[in-house]
Design a binder for this molecule. Structure first.
Ligand code: B3K
Ligand code: ZN
Length: 883
């Protein structure tokens, strides 16, 4: 397999002006003809034109209507190279055959539930026809689709429908034209038996846009929330960024077989049905929130991704980091900003930090890849979003908006780079961004230490920062980074101290804003070691550091437990309030893990219980915030902080604390459940979902007690639930405890929902993630359950992905979990390399564990690598993990 490098980027020798595609659809065999207007970048160039193509049968090639002879081109399994070409512009016509029914990779043109659909990003268009499959080739497309009228009554592609009609032999056709230039990764086609929910949105300049969400007929009633989300997103982008939709039609199609969440094809978004379909009975609050976020995300790509796209795939974060940032902001505005921030940071810590500390660590803009699909990562997406957020933190809302406006003004219709975005932000604000660009090129999570000291005589308070970026593969030595640290100060009663000025680098900077008191300021930390001194501080303050999580770093402070308890009780920055509780919990968990490993008895610090009790009984707090604040850090997060990760110890400690808390806070938890039930109909809005979140976490705690009263309570909640959020939460609470009750309720749930594949996936995931000892056997049995199918990615993510998410069972010391995953990866790789590659990633941090586990995991990786015909996708992850 060949590695591709950013530094080798070259402009294409040829550009494409227009592309006319013609599909004659058949499940076994589809014929694709393409007619491309080609022109050389440099007039008179004699370079060959190299087209990408995979799994295609070439029928003919014509240049300026003349069929090429075999000596005029070269064909191998990946390329079609055209040699003797005219010196100026020319027309290229290619006729190919492709086989949708056989295409289990779900990339290119494939079938899902009898319908046709496409997925082209990153490099799937080459499975449809021979093309320069790279994002800097932007062309105008037409697409004519011809198919059987009864089997495929609906024919969709990008842009506007300009003609349709019947053909002989019960066939029909549709002709679509997309007026916007686009890279081929945004091409889409859908054909099949679908019905739509229709609505309209009038843009602020008065354009009337038809909105259609397509699904099989029986699912149309479940698209109301998706439609609501789409309209909310369209309005939000106008209000916040002044960005309007640019065509008269916007289509979304939901398909059950899809490798990832969704795809932003121009005016024809294709979605994993899990992220479209929802009803109160079948979808949980988490599903509703995910739908809102992803519908927003794909819609926002219309500007950040489609109108302005990436020059090459290394720039992926240009569109993804920015669009994740935009969807995070959208969800914040639609719900609770602090809670959304807490969820996003938890996600970063639980998934991105481990990646950044392991063998697959890569910068937000990677330097190289073997298979681009492997780089749709939490680093490119979530850390990329943090990088965008830092611009906003540094520039303020208006400054950020000015930067966005300039970005679109300069680059609409272009394929650009991360530097172009940086330059727009800088130039619109005349900003000094120092070495900010290092965020794009240096991998690894910076570790920032802060030491504070108060000088009573001088009334000054000093913060000394030091930073270190850990080595990552290929990057042993790092430069110090530009870290914006938002800071506030609290006095000993928890009140905010107004900030007057900060002394730094020999200059005194006033913080106050036109005489208005200021409580938060952003320090620009750029050196390896650096001091900031606050003046006019009348007593020793407690610093609230990195407010709102202003940079994606690991922060180590010298705050004492009592400082942290004070922040937990009083910080006006809600994120930091939550964070103080998490820091305390992490410290507590790590010290109990040490006790557990030394066979010492486990004892829970009463102050911690007290801290959580105050949060739980504070009725002035937002309920969703309380739910987050009483949730312990995940097992992965704790393992990530250990020298040698010990899944058994971490699991035992987390289970112990949960149970102990449930015991000590039983009365409060019971009344939380009582007071937060609802008799009304399900509504997905902040007050209602917050109430359910709090009630359900209380229920989960209570269930861990395994006493008969609590079990009865949970069973009752299960039986009386009128929506999936409550029903599933009760089921999950019961499922913690092995035994007959658990088995009966799981069986009951399945028999209720067996007709709904999305609910059945939840049922698979719940069992797969279970901590019950020896769970690998149950999971193995579920592989042959009639509802399971290795060809459907959602099912694989639920069952196999769910299993790998349970540290105790996946990392079982006898190697049974590793062996299981090894076998599955080898089977999956033959069906769908992208899905196999996601699964094999569970091995990538095997060096974090003890030697026995390391050897067992390594043996599986070696076995996988020795497989004949292994995909590049799995090869890249497995070989880099072993390196
Ligand atoms: N852009 C797509 C992801 C495509 C993944 C290709 N392997 C979805 C998104 O981020 O919006
Ligand atoms: Zn995206």
């Amino acid at each position: 397999p060949k590695e591709i490098f950013l530094k080798d980027y070259k402009l294409p020798d040829y550009y494409f002006d227009s592309v006319d595609l013609n599909f004659s659809l058949g499940a076994e065999k589809t014929i694709v003809s393409s007619k491309i207007a080609v022109f050389p970048r440099v007039e008179g160039s004699s370079s060959p034109l190299v087209l990408d193509g995979q799994d295609l049968k070439l029928l003919s090639v014509r240049i300026n209507s003349k069929e090429l002879k075999e000596e005029d081109y070269r064909l191998d399994s990946r390329h079609l190279t055209l040699t003797s070409l005219p010196s100026g512009a020319f027309t290229l016509e290619i006729l190919t055959e492709t086989y949708p029914e056989k295409n289990t990779s779900l990339e290119g043109l494939y079938r899902s539930s009898g319908n046709f659909c496409t997925q082209c990003e990153a490099e799937g268009f080459r499975k449809i026809t021979f093309y320069q499959d790279r994002p800097d080739i932007m062309a105008k497309y037409t697409c004519r689709i011809e198919a059987d009228k009864s089997l495929y009554p609906v024919l969709l592609s990008n842009g506007n429908l300009i003609e349709q009609g019947d053909l002989e032999g019960n066939k029909h056709f549709a002709l679509w034209e997309d007026p916007f230039k686009k890279p081929c990764y945004l091409f889409a086609l859908v054909a099949g038996q679908l019905e739509s929910r229709d609505d309209t949105f009038v843009t602020r300049s008065g354009r009337k846009v038809a909105l259609r969400i397509w699904t099989p007929a029986q699912d149309v009633p479940k698209t109301a929330h998706a439609m609501y989300s789409l309209k909310a997103a369209m309005k939000w982008d106008e209000d916040v960024f002044g960005l309007e939709y640019d065509l008269d039609l916007f289509n979304i199609v939901a398909v059950p077989d899809f490798n990832m969440g969704a795809m932003e094809n121009k005016s024809l978004n294709i979605f994993n049905s899990k992220l479209v379909l929802a009803s109160p009975e079948t979808a949980s609050d988490a599903d509703y929130a995910a739908i809102l976020g992803v519908i927003g995300h794909e819609y926002f790509h219309n500007w950040t991704g489609n109108r302005v796209t990436c020059r090459d795939w290394f720039q992926l974060s240009l569109k993804e980091g920015l669009t994740v940032f935009r969807d995070q902001e959208f969800s914040s505005d639609m719900g609770s900003r602090p809670v959304k921030r807490i969820s996003d940071v938890s996600r970063l810590r639980n998934y991105q930090f481990p990646q950044d500390a392991g063998p697959m660590a890569h910068p937000v803009r990677p330097h190289s890849y073997i298979k681009m699909d492997n780089f749709y990562t939490v680093t490119v997406y979530e850390k990329g979003a943090e990088v965008v957020r830092m611009y906003k933190t540094l520039l303020g809302s208006q400054g950020f908006r000015n930067g966005m406006d300039l970005y679109f003004k300069r680059h609409d219709g272009q394929a650009v780079t991360c530097e172009d975005f940086f330059a727009a932000m800088r130039d619109a604000n005349n900003a000094d961004f120092a070495n900010f660009l290092l965020w794009y090129s240096q991998a690894g999570t910076p570790v920032v230490k802060v030491a504070s000291s108060y000088n009573a005589e001088a009334r000054t308070f000093s913060l000394k920062f030091s930073q270190e970026v850990p080595p990552t593969p290929g990057q042993p030595i790092k430069e110090p980074m530009f870290i914006p640290v938002a800071v506030g100060l609290l006095n000993s009663t928890g009140k905010e101290v107004p900030l007057s000025s900060v002394h730094h680098d020999g200059t005194l900077q006033s913080v106050a804003n036109n005489g208005q008191p200021v409580y938060t300021t952003v320090l620009r930390v750029t050196k390896k070691e650096e001091e900031f001194v606050f003046s006019d501080v009348s007593e020793r303050p407690i610093p609230s550091l990195l407010r709102g999580y202003s940079a994606p770093i690991r922060l180590e402070t010298d705050l004492t437990d009592s400082d942290l308890f004070l922040l937990l009780a009083y910080d006006s920055d809600e994120f930091n309030r939550w964070e103080a509780g998490q820091v305390l919990a992490r410290k507590l968990m790590l010290s109990l893990v040490a006790d557990f490993q030394q066979n010492k008895p486990l004892v829970l610090n009463p102050k911690f219980v007290h801290g959580l009790r105050s949060i739980l009984s504070d009725l002035s707090l937002d309920k969703e915030f309380v739910a987050k604040a009483i949730t312990l850090p995940g097992e992965g997060e704790i393992m990530d902080m250990m020298e040698v990760a010990d899944p058994d110890a971490v699991h035992a400690v987390r289970t112990f604390i949960r149970k102990q808390l449930a015991h000590e806070l039983k009365a409060e938890l019971l009344s939380t459940v009582e007071n937060n039930r609802s008799t009304e109909e399900y509504v997905f809005d902040h007050p209602n979902l917050a109430r359910r979140a709090l009630k359900n976490i209380a229920l989960a705690y209570l269930a861990s007690l395994e006493d008969s009263r609590c079990t009865e309570l949970v069973l009752n909640e299960y039986r009386s639930a009128t929506n999936m959020t409550d029903q599933f939460a009760a089921l999950a609470a019961i499922a913690q405890n092995p035994g007959k009750t658990r088995d009966d309720i799981l069986a009951d749930f399945y028999s209720k929902w067996q007709e709904d594949y999305l609910v059945v996936n939840k049922w698979f995931a719940l069992q797969a993630m279970s901590d019950v000892p020896g769970n690998v056997e149950n999971v193995r049995n579920l592989l042959s359950h009639p509802a399971f199918d290795l060809r459907n990615p959602n099912k694989v993510y639920s069952l196999i992905g769910g299993f790998c998410g349970s540290p105790v069972n996946f990392h079982a010391k006898d190697g049974s979990g590793y062996k299981f995953l090894g076998e599955i990866v080898m089977q999956l790789d033959k069906i769908n390399p992208q899905v196999a590659s996601r699964m094999v990633s569970a091995f990538s941090r095997f060096r974090r564990y003890d030697e026995t586990r390391q050897n067992l995991a390594k043996a599986q990786l070696e076995k996988i690598l020795a497989t004949n015909g292994l995909s590049e996708n799995v090869f890249e992850i497995a070989s880099k993990s072993l390196a």
